[in-house]
Design a protein around this ligand. Sequence first.
Ligand code: FAD
Length: 304
Amino acid sequence: PFDVLVIGGGPAGASSAIYAARKGIKTGMVVETFGGQVLETLGIENVIGTPYIEGPQLMCQVEEHVNQYGVDVMKGQRARAIQKKEMIEVELANGAQLKTKTAILATGARWRAINVPGEKEFKNKGIAYCPHCDGPLFKDKEVVVIGGGNSGIEAAIDLAGLAKHIYILEFLPELKADQVLQKKLHALPNVTVITNAATKEITGSTQVEALTYVDRLTNEEHTLVVEGVFILIGLMPNTEWLKDSVELTSRGEILVDKHGATNIEGIFAAGDCTDSAYKQIIISMGSGATAALGAFDYLIRRIE
Ligand code: FAD
């Protein structure tokens, strides 16, 4: 059996595997796609100490780092169930069963896509999902934020200090964000809120140039000339497979304590799949380290 089995190969999983393996304990990784969300990121400017790096290059370096420690990396494998018996048992989609003394869940999250024409073509070419990451690219430009929930309104407030003008498109008749955020938003001079707006298409040549939406009350089409579109209609944790095993929040995020421990003894979690307040690369790496140290502490206290 493994001492620590990490599920997931994004920044959180990789960081936990390195921290665990550096303790000299038997560490494995089950990874569907090594690199996680970072593979979808073109330019990263907020990995402290590295002013600029492209996502695929960062994760290539991270993978080399993991490989220096002799971690048993099982790539192209998806975990489909986990349960605690005498040991922790992890079942893979191919039917294999792995046994481990501790597990670290680091399966990340995915942004909900809006699925309109143009979204795929212009990803990283004007379409963005993370204001902390890509906000500065839109300095003095006109942008649309799709989504009037907390993440959309926070993004609009964040972007208002940088962008020239921000249009917020909300599908429903009213914004869903907390009142205090809405109050803050309404005090800003460069924001326009458009409700009952169904995004139809994002267009451009090489970069985003415009967005068309349908007014759901009148059925009229309108076009906004913008250089950026932030799609903030929800971040979904990859935890559907954990519903019957560990405690999740109502949003499906794994509940962890300050050691990264879940409610099941020996099972830890890190990164975007948890209820951490913010979802970023360095935060995931930090929580991965925490979970690995938490697992190690648990192992040395455990009576065999
Ligand atoms: P993820 O990166 O989501 O990795 C999850 C891993 O788990 C993957 O390897 C996946 O294949 C694997 N997995 C999932 N389910 C299973 C399963 N059942 N079995 C086995 N493996 C599984 N953050 C920044 O700090 N700076 C940025 O500039 C930045 N830009 C971003 C741009 C985009 C377009 C996106 C989408 C995100 C961006 N982020 C950025 C956020 C950052 O990418 C995430 O916070 C970070 O990747 C989270 O790391 P993670 O390891 O928790 O999860």
